[in-house]
Write a protein that binds this ligand. Structure first.
Ligand code: OOG
Ligand code: MG
Length: 258
């Protein structure tokens, strides 16, 4: 198979996003390695910054068994969040500019100081100002959300938008994050449940994994970064008029309407 041109792949993803046309996965037809896919991701994020967006943090993906099983990718990945992806509480999902959005519950970390890997769970908790419940809106630029790891890496981990709950609490004010319960409802009906440990055994372990990966590239997470630690449960599609709500013990709830 021919090796992918990272600039061509980045351009194709940007067009798919702008025109809301889903692509077949690149790995069906070209050789795209994981390092090359992170190069593509960096190019697409640089494109966002060139358009005036500001990087405000990062997201983990495929950190839970539920997600890995459903998406058929057995490794975590990361992507970048910008200010333009922040959906204020009460705003509906911007479906008019998305292809096939799905919503998933996450625990979000706000770093009080810089986190430089290699990092442990204890390092992450020590650097964390607070955690809150979040709903991430993902929108794969691939038809049917069908992709292999390099494809989804190149696509900035399907990042589209996120909503944050209003309660930010220091980890020291909470019980063990591993045992915090999470309930996901759609139009009032429970569709999934999980505990914090669903994410790599501990949500902070996902952030530690990211910090450690970034350190290998000489990068760190600056103070003030927002980090979505990855979905605790499977994602649910969000249609017109649907309301999805995530509730996490000790962190309250957050909801979004389609
Ligand atoms: C990839 C993004 C996964 C998560 O939290 O697991 C993700 C996808 O499922 O399209 O954001
Ligand atoms: Mg997610």
């Amino acid at each position: 198979m021919k090796r992918a041109d990272v600039h061509q792949v980045a351009a194709a993803i940007a067009v798919a996003e702008a025109e809301r046309t889903a692509l077949p996965p690149f790995t069906d037809s070209v050789e795209l390695s994981e390092p090359a896919a992170y190069e593509v991701q960096a190019l697409t994020v640089a494109g966002r910054v060139a358009r005036g967006e500001r990087v405000i943090g990062a997201k983990l993906g495929l950190t839970s068994a539920a997600k890995q099983r459903t998406m058929q990718v057995d490794q975590p990945l990361y992507g970048w969040l910008t200010d333009a992806m922040h959906l204020p509480l009460g705003e509906p999902v911007p479906r008019a500019r998305l292809i096939h959005p799905r919503v998933e519950p996450e625990i979000a970390f706000v770093l009080g100081r810089e986190l430089r890997g290699p990092a442990t769970v204890a390092d992450v908790l020590a650097a964390t100002e607070g955690v809150c419940v979040a709903l991430e809106v993902i929108d794969s630029r691939y038809a049917g959300f069908r992709f292999r790891l390099p494809d989804v890496v190149a696509d900035n981990a399907s990042a589209a938008a996120f909503v944050l709950g209003g309660t930010l609490r220091a980890p020291s004010q909470l019980d063990d994050l591993r045992t915090l319960g999470c309930v996901l409802t759609r139009d009032g009906e429970v569709v999934a449940t999980a505990a914090g440990a669903a994410v790599l055994g501990h949500p902070a372990a996902a952030v530690a994994w990211l910090a450690t990966r970034l350190a290998a590239r000489g990068e760190s997470l600056p103070a003030g970064s927002l980090v979505l630690s990855g979905a605790l449960t499977d994602a649910v599609p969000i249609g017109d008029g649907t309301t999805v709500c995530a509730e996490v013990e000790g962190l309250g709830s957050v909801e979004v309407r389609g």
